[in-house]
Ligand binder design. Structure first.
Ligand code: ZN
Length: 351
């Protein structure tokens, strides 16, 4: 085996006031990401504290926010045609890309050279349990079509990225379900790290890291979930975020190589994960779909298009970001509540 799943079991000792100041010993797992070495900290006792801190979603506050934001929403069908921007004719004659119920248009506050938003549905809000396989599948198809046309028009824009923020605990200011699609001449740091580490792995071992990882995960069976179409679904050994699930699409380096079938399976997998999240009382999430540059359709056989999704704190009447403090934001570490092996075990029932 060339992939190392490196972990250390650490014991933290202190005198606990709840035990009459007797010495208490708590177990923490420190796990290293096998490719990047990033540390995930999984304290065995954290679940107790997490439920105390996080609490449960405030359903009344969410309902109020959904209702009060509906009348002014630019993404709802009554306003979308008049209120959202259109692409230059070089990118789209019609000005927008539509697939199923999704519509892709330029972000009115761009932060990338080509910066688009795709509404996932006509409905202003959809509870996670009602997300169908078509919703995110169609939105990603519309986003990929935008990337294809923007790249034809501007061949210096070679770095694509697709992501989602669902509700305010995930950083979204807009309730209406949508994804963001970026394409520009500069690469985002983490994708660069993944790509360069994958190439280095290939150069030093002669093997494709992602293929090796999937073989190893399938063999161990602890975190591997299932293969749907060409896509492998699994939970990561050292998660970046809570309830994290990842997917790999082998033999596809960049987003434009994805077939309609690949994206259909991706949308189906996303809906299953969101149904699982709903069951766990989770209402907010982020996901990322990353790619090699569009100029690169092989990447020396070292890299695959990948997807990752994490849960975010429950919806409350005020903004909370209990999972994004100095450890995650500045020190690039992760604090994880549930073991990835348990998440994979539970998720198998949803696929
Ligand atoms: Zn809306």
């Amino acid at each position: 085996m060339v992939i190392e799943f490196e972990k250390k079991v650490i014991k933290a000792r202190f005198r606990n006031p709840n035990l009459n100041f007797e010495v208490d010993e708590q177990i923490i797992e420190h796990r290293k990401d096998p490719l990047l070495g990033r540390l995930s900290l999984i304290p065995h006792e954290l679940k107790k504290k997490a439920s105390f801190y996080y609490g449960t979603p405030d359903k009344r506050a969410l309902k109020k926010s959904v209702e009060s934001s509906r009348a002014l929403c630019y993404f709802c069908p009554e306003k979308i045609d008049q209120a959202t921007p259109k692409f230059l004719p070089e990118i789209s004659q019609e000005g927008r890309f539509k697939v199923g119920k999704s519509t892709c248009f330029p972000n009115i506050f761009p932060f990338y050279k080509h910066c688009a938003v795709v509404t996932v549905t006509d409905a202003h809000y959809v509870p996670l349990k009602e997300i169908t396989p078509e919703l995110y599948g169609d939105a990603i198809k519309a986003g990929v079509e935008f990337i294809k046309q923007a790249y034809k028009f501007d061949n210096e824009a070679i770095y694509p990225l697709i992501g989602a923020n669902f509700l305010i605990p995930a950083g979204s200011t807009i309730v209406h379900p949508h994804i963001q699609v970026l394409l520009g001449p500069e690469e985002i740091y983490r994708v660069k790290l993944l790509r360069e580490a994958s190439l280095k792995f290939k150069q030093t071992t002669g093997k494709n890291y992602w293929e090796e990882l999937m073989l190893e995960e399938q063999k161990r069976g602890e975190r591997y979930i299932i293969q749907t179409g060409e896509i492998h679904w699994y939970t990561p050994f050292a998660p970046l975020g809570n309830n994290e699930v990842r997917a790999i699409i082998p033999n596809k380096s960049n987003l434009l190589q994805l077939s309609d079938e690949d994206i259909t399976y991706l949308g189906e997998g996303i809906s299953k994960i969101l149904h699982y999240y709903h069951k766990k009382n989770i209402s907010s999430f982020n996901f990322l779909l990353y790619s090699a540059p569009l100029t690169d359709s092989d990447h020396s056989g070292a890299f695959s298009v990948g997807f990752q999704i994490i849960s975010r704190p429950p919806y409350r009447s005020f903004y909370i970001n209990l999972d994004a403090w100095f450890l995650q934001q500045l020190a690039y570490g992760s604090l994880i509540i549930e073991f990835p092996e348990k998440i994979a075990e539970d998720l198998r029932e949803y696929f």
